[in-house]
Design a protein around this ligand. Sequence first.
Ligand code: 6PG
Length: 241
Amino acid sequence: MSEAMSDRFKIEWRCFDTREQMVDELTEACCEALMRGIRKRGTASWAVSGGSTPQPLFEAMSGVELDWENIQIALVDERWVDRDHPRSNEAFVRRSLAKGQAAEAMFIGMKTPEDSPFEAIVSVNERYAQVKQPFDSVLLGLGADGHTASFFPDAEGLEAALDLSNDKICVPLRAQKSEITGDELDRMSLSAAAISKAPHVVLMITGAEKKAVLERALETDHHLPIARLAENVAITVYWAP
Ligand code: 6PG
């Protein structure tokens, strides 16, 4: 990447030879960020993404002895489906992270009974008002379409979601249907503003395809949501083949 590109985007790459090495380093970095939060303010908050990539990190973190009783785990984003739905991020995070040592943590999900995230926005933001802000650490993922969190290209609600002056922690979006969204077009997401205040923001990606998507976003496709976020938010990328 050219100097100009790396100046424009606040991205720092950490590339590893294996996924195991990446997970070890990332486990350490997340633990440090959470412990720093506890030392400063007595409690820490960690916002985590769903998808599938973070599973080995969650498994590793769930076995770490931390002061979990003083850690809040909240979602970065959610597909607007019930908790028993196979595509629920909440179910995935509860299954892979909120167990073992980490079972003591407080878990805060996004899905409420309202039919759509647009109707639910007040109740979700009330729920997230219990979560310590700013987050001590935010874990993002990346989709092959350049989305991160639920900032899908051309989604309804995208501009408000990316607006750094938005004072809402959570924002509703409706994605355009694609292979990547599946049928779950309605989403709730942290706002870019809430993410931008966190001192530790990580993008965890694996494989050549995701790396190529990120490089393309930073080099030419600056309209992609991940590039738009990285213009304003310092992100450390953890990548392994
Ligand atoms: C979601 C996720 C999303 C995810 C990416 C990557 O609900 O879709 O939270 O933002 O991080 O889509 O997903 P994979 O890890 O499954 O590739």
